[in-house]
Design a protein around this ligand. Structure first.
Ligand code: ZN
Length: 224
């Protein structure tokens, strides 16, 4: 204040920046940071073992890569299968995602599961298929009935150990992730998957993407 009792503009700006600075530190809304994690949508797809591909497409058949997807090394193949539920409901054109794996697994959104009459499909991380839903796969060379293998993929965030340090999370953590935009959604129980072979991405299925009104490239952030 000067002698006239008025606050000089210099002092006023100092006061403002002090108050705002305090707010910035204390407010949970600004602590969350930028929307920096790309959102990627997984359409229904299937992973196969060598033995399963032998049955469906023929002995030693090699998948044809259409494009690289998501995580390093993974690719969408040209080859697709038909899936048939025990209730005789069918979905055609389910894409095989390569490379071949140690397990055969069908990843469906809830809407797909309803279409197939699979009313108790479990939500699981990839590879965790024990006790999941039965499903039959049909390819051009044969068919294969799985006693288990149909799951709804649990929403998850892939990141490197460096990302994990930056976001202050660790492998297996369950976090809340918010998508940007006017109709953004806060997803609970998002599982953090840390690997040095990962690329930073928040993976959701088509139903979840529709709920969040996601049409083009969108980013998300972890809420703390
Ligand atoms: Zn993923």
């Amino acid at each position: 204040m000067d002698e006239s009792g008025l606050i000089s503009s210099q002092t006023l700006s100092e006061i403002i920046s002090e108050v705002v600075g305090k707010y910035v530190v204390e407010s949970e809304f600004v602590l969350e940071g930028e929307y920096s994690i790309p959102v990627e949508i997984s359409r229904r797809h299937i992973h196969l073992t060598r033995a399963a591909l032998d049955i469906l497409y023929g002995k030693n058949y090699q998948l044809t890569k259409v494009r690289d997807i998501s995580q390093p090394g993974e690719f969408a193949s040209e080859e697709k299968v038909i899936i048939i539920s025990p209730k005789m409901k069918i979905i055609e054109g389910v894409r095989i995602v390569g490379p071949l794996r140690e397990y055969t697994q069908v990843e469906l959104a809830m809407t797909d599961a309803f279409l197939l009459g699979l009313d108790s499909i479990p939500t699981r991380l990839s590879g965790d298929i024990a006790g999941s839903q039965p499903i039959t796969l049909v390819g051009p060379k044969g068919s294969l009935t799985l006693t288990e293998g149909a799951i709804r993929a649990a929403r998850h965030v892939h990141m490197t150990p460096q990302d994990a340090e930056k976001y202050k999370v660790k492998n297996g953590d369950r976090v809340k992730v918010e998508t940007e935009g006017k109709n953004g959604v806060i997803f609970k129980d998002v599982i953090v998957r840390v690997s040095d072979k990962s690329k930073l991405a928040f993976h959701i299925d088509t139903d979840e993407a529709n709920a969040a009104n996601i049409k083009g490239p969108v980013f998300s952030r972890i809420l703390y």
